[in-house]
Design a protein around this ligand. Structure first.
Ligand SMILES: Nc1ncnc2c1ncn2[C@@H]1O[C@H](COP(=O)(O)OP(=O)(O)O)[C@@H](O)[C@H]1O
Ligand SMILES: [Mg+2]
Length: 493
């Protein structure tokens, strides 16, 4: 693509030769290739403006900057007030503004984003609409799945736009993208023309990055603003909001054409009626603004009822007929690593879950309790990331399980024994051996939990979820929680 065309489309000021052909967009000088436009972005830790020279040596044929830096003679420059916004706009332009050719929903919130994203994508596909999705776990186009190995839930703008373009090429009519608040603040989805902004809940996680809850909420609220101001594609711009969440009053104040609420009470536009919890999920009649539908959910936990209501709101707003919603949800088998059952016919239940913070651990356990006749046993550890409340995790396990095993979860360079000690310090009043054990080796911990399980018990393996690696002082080693769980179940039989 000609630099001048790219600049015009993205609203950038061009200084130099506009006939240069751009074959790619890069924001990390280490990944620049010949023919790339290098966009200098001020990051959290590094400033891309310091790497302009490196980028050019690697083959960048043009650069985009937001402040003046020394640039070699003859290299064309794009100047813009914000290269973060610029990166998004340039990427969208480079890939042909794919979001204009898709009905697009963004899902944000503290918990449940990945689940809602895949639930909605599943319902869309089930109703015969070709759909795409991007989440922490996977990128999907028309039912085909690629692992998200980027380590980021919402990738940087060039990858976001590239995936949207792949979806368009793959024939997708709709797409659902999981959108973190980091991504919103960093403008990674800025040039996405959303039609639907969906919210799960807004809790108190991630306060290391956003200093206050207000600020965090403000970051999350941007998805509504982006949606309200996005290009009109003939469907009403809709916010899907959790009426039962503390964030609701704030979010409901943001202007947007249509607001649908969901929750447990009749005050919400989408809510369950005649709710029955079954052994492995729930059954209810779902009231929606477009009529009612019978729902059978084959995923456990009360929060999944919320997730289903939210996903239903997204799909209705994207044009799925109400009668297809119930049918679609009935076929949803869950997201990899999100209360994922491991069932080899054993007489106790085993679930794998990604919960790796005190709050999500507590809620995952609380959710499994009603489905558990016997004891609730949990295996978990705390990661090296210091923002996780380690004693809080110990407290959660002590309060909500009957027996817990503290183990290792991505310790990086920290000593797993020290981490386990921190976790254990939250479990005051619990006795080692009687109420819990510390088994540092995760494989052994999983085997232990499964060995002691009795008929009717539930074993929750928390923290790793869909992840494919264990990061220790030795580096990143392959890890497959499901394979470990299956091996442990087989070893017992
Ligand atoms: N609506 C919800 N409210 C509270 N907790 C939830 C909700 N949905 C899922 N969870 C918990 O959070 C974990 C992560 O779910 P996920 O869908 O991956 O959320 P996210 O993508 O927002 O991190 C789940 O395994 C479950 O323990
Ligand atoms: Mg996620």
């Amino acid at each position: 693509m000609r630099l001048a065309d790219l600049a015009r489309g993205a609203g950038a000021v061009l200084d130099g030769n506009g006939d240069v052909e751009i074959t790619g967009i890069a924001y990390d000088s280490r990944h620049v290739g010949p023919g790339d436009l290098f966009v200098a972005v001020q990051g959290l830790h590094v400033d891309g403006h310091h790497y302009v020279g490196d980028a050019i040596r690697q083959g960048a044929v043009a650069v985009a900057v937001e402040r003046s830096v020394k640039i070699p003679e003859g290299i064309p420059v794009l100047r813009m007030p914000s290269t973060r916004i610029g990166l998004a706009e340039l990427s969208a332009e480079f890939y042909g503004r794919p979001s204009l050719r898709l009905k697009l929903a963004g899902v944000t919130g503290t918990d449940g984003k990945t689940t809602v994203t895949h639930m909605a994508e599943h319902v869309l596909q089930a109703s015969g609409i070709v759909a795409g999705a991007m989440s922490t776990v996977a990128f999907k186009v028309s039912g085909r799945e690629v692992d998200n190995a980027s380590g980021q839930t919402t990738t940087e703008a060039p990858e976001v736009q590239a995936w949207l373009a792949r979806m368009v090429e793959g024939g997708a009519q709709c797409a659902v993208i999981e959108t973190t608040s980091h991504a919103l603040v960093q403008e990674r989805v800025r040039a996405c023309d959303f039609d639907v902004a969906a919210y799960t809940n807004v809790g108190h996680d991630h306060l290391d990055y956003h200093s206050t809850w207000e600020e965090y909420l403000e970051a999350k609220a941007r998805l509504i603003d982006l949606t309200a101001n996005a290009a009109d594609k003939g469907i009403e711009k809709t916010a899907v909001l959790n009426r039962d969440d503390a964030s609701y009053d704030r979010l409901a104040r943001r202007p947007i054409s249509r607001r649908w609420t969901y929750g447990m009470t009749t005050a919400s536009d989408l809510h369950p009626l005649e709710l029955a919890i079954t052994g492995t999920g729930s059954r209810f009649r779902m009231k929606t603004p477009m009529g009612e539908t019978e729902v059978m959910l084959h995923v456990p936990a009360r929060f999944n009822i919320y997730n289903a209501l939210c996903a239903a709101g997204v799909c209705l707003a994207l044009g799925v007929p109400v009668e297809d919603i119930g049918r679609g949800l009935a076929g949803f088998e869950g997201v990899r690593g999100r209360l994922e059952p491991v069932d080899l016919g054993q007489d106790f239940r085993v679930y794998i879950d990604f919960a790796h913070a005190a709050g999500s651990l507590a809620s995952a356990l609380a959710e499994l309790r009603p489905f558990t006749r016997g004891r609730l046993i949990v295996v978990f550890g705390s990661t090296a990331r210091s923002d996780h409340d380690r004693p809080g995790m110990g407290r959660a396990a002590a309060e909500f399980s009957d027996f817990f095993i503290i183990t290792t979860d991505d310790p990086l360079s920290e000593d797993p024994v020290e981490i386990a000690r921190d976790v254990q310090s939250g479990a005051a009043g619990k006795a080692p051996g009687r109420d819990f054990e510390v088994v540092i080796d995760r494989r052994a911990a999983i085997r232990r939990a499964i060995e002691i399980a009795e008929p009717g018990d539930t074993v929750l393996l928390a923290g790793k979820g869909h992840e494919r690696s264990m990061r220790t002082a030795r580096g990143s080693e392959p890890w497959d929680e499901r394979a470990e769980a299956e091996a442990a179940i087989k070893a017992r039989c």
